[in-house]
Design a protein. Structure first.
Length: 486
């Protein structure tokens, strides 16, 4: 695509006169620049892309998009906000790939990963070729790619969607983080269905207040558009049991479908029964009731399943096929995942890293725990510090044997993080074991028949970040090693 043609998509008063080279790629990382690239200078938290403009040109960039003048001998296009402009240019350069996909976006504090995988399975079982973007990985058909953020930046996102289109994918589902919404990473994404799971405290290191956090998530629904295409209707899938849904319903012009357990909703679960092997409930909709028996455990799992059912229904998939898919799901990696090495007690690994998710998982365990409940829990460094005492409080309140340990301390002192957790549980009974492996071994070595161990916080992660070093660390493998070593 010629530079002048590409720039037509930007604000009409963007000034530019000069050469009109062919643009073969768009890059914001000078290390990826090749001959014919348009290099976009992004000012980040630690690195300013303007400082690498000259290097990008030396590697073959034929034009540069910047917020301030840079001394180079290729066309420089000046804009007020390169991040915002990048989203526009990426969408145009890759020929608006999301308009060629049935795209489902999921936002919420907890449940995004599980819900996205449930939806992806339903669609795949219905014969669709699927794509998924989220916390664990990016999946294009059967190809798995690593991902750095829950929701990638706009350039990576549009490039990925283009790869999906070229691979024949027709339906894509993605997790949409509050950071991505607030930063405009998903500008240009044409969602057909937007899903809200729930809202509870998290990411206040970034958003500062719960009101701002709630507002950011609401952008997914307000950005669904303001017009109606009856051949391709837009839907907002909202949790009727979460108070934030009222704001999101007012924020969107899309058709609203609600799901829930406690409050009246379009799609509702009743008569929920839980065992250590799974959950049963009645799916009630349109004055009809359908029994569902699934392997997933917990009330929070029922919410995720309801959101998935609603998303599939509005996407035109038959209910009997949806139920068949749901009942066939064994689980999602790192989400209430059982570690079984022949022991006579239960070990569960779960991604629960917020107060709400930790409470939900522990309350679920209380339903079937016969004896003691061990919980191993920490809090990530360089993240919301206000939730640290809350996490410890929940651990001490709902478990018989809480162990406070390290999560991903990152640049913070692990001991300092643990002391902030302890502020919330003064006078309570608990152990502090900073070394996470030692904490897991301690719980396993002290567990007896019928006990339950919950290893919370990291779930599917296969690493632990201490300082600037990423160490190999998988809670599931460590737990298995501890069990086999007894």
């Amino acid at each position: 695509m010629k530079l002048q043609e590409l720039l037509k998509s930007l604000h009409p008063i963007v000034p530019f006169k000069g050469k009109n080279p062919e643009i073969t790629s768009i890059e914001n990382d000078n290390r990826k620049v090749q001959k014919g690239s348009l290099f976009i200078c992004i000012k980040g938290y630690t690195v300013d892309g303007h400082d690498f403009a000259k290097s990008a040109v030396e590697k073959g960039a034929v034009a540069v998009l910047a917020e301030r003048p840079v001394a180079i001998d290729v066309p420089v296009i000046l804009v007020k906000d390169t991040t915002r402009s990048m989203a526009v240019l990426a969408d145009v350069f890759y020929e608006q790939p999301t308009k060629k996909l049935h795209l489902i976006g999921i936002t919420g504090t907890n449940g995004k990963t599980t819900t996205s995988h449930l939806i992806e399975k339903i669609f795949a079982d219905a014969g669709k070729k699927t794509g998924i973007i989220g916390t664990m990985y990016t999946k294009i058909g059967e190809q798995i790619l690593e991902t750095k953020n829950t929701t990638p930046e706009s350039l990576t996102l549009q490039k990925t969607f283009n790869q999906m289109v070229e691979a024949g994918v027709d339906s894509a589902v993605m997790e949409v983080s509050s950071h991505a919404l607030d930063m405009g990473r998903v500008h240009g994404c044409d969602y057909d269905v937007a899903v809200f799971t729930n809202l509870s405290q998290d990411h206040l290191d970034y958003h500062k207040t719960m009101e701002e956090y709630q507002r950011a998530k609401g952008l997914l629904f307000s950005q669904l558009g303001n017009t109606y295409n009856h051949r391709q209707p837009k839907f907002a899938i909202l949790n009727a049991d979460d108070p934030a849904s009222e704001m999101y319903q007012r924020s969107t012009a899309a058709h609203v479908v609600t799901y829930g357990i406690d409050n009246q909703s379009d799609i509702q679960a009743q008569n929920i029964q839980m065992t250590p092997k799974g959950t049963t409930f009645n799916l009630v909709m349109n004055e009809c009731s359908y029994p569902i028996q699934m392997h997933l455990i917990g009330k929070f799992s029922v919410y995720n399943v309801l959101a998935s059912i609603a998303s599939a229904l509005v996407s035109g998939i038959e209910l009997n096929k949806i139920i068949e898919s749901i009942e066939g799901v064994k689980g999602v990696a790192g989400r209430f995942e059982l570690v079984n090495a022949g022991q006579d007690f239960s070990v569960i690994v779960d991604y629960a890293h917020t107060p709400d998710s930790l409470e939900n998982v522990l309350k679920t365990i209380q339903h079937f725990a016969k004896k003691r409940i061990f919980v191993i829990v920490g809090c990530g460094g360089d993240r919301d510090r206000t939730k640290r005492p809350l996490m410890a409080q929940i651990a001490c309140r709902l478990a018989t044997d809480p162990i406070l340990t390290s999560d991903n301390p990152r640049s913070e002192d692990p001991i300092a993080i643990l002391k902030e957790m302890e502020v919330g549980v003064q006078g309570e009974s608990y152990q502090v074991i900073p070394d996470r492996k030692e904490a897991i071994f301690t719980a396993v070595n002290n567990a007896t028949t019928g006990d339950v161990i919950l290893i919370a916080g990291k779930g599917h992660e296969t690493y632990q970040i201490i300082g600037n070093v990423v160490h190999d660390f998988d809670d599931r493998l460590i737990a298995r090693e501890a069990i086999e070593g007894r």
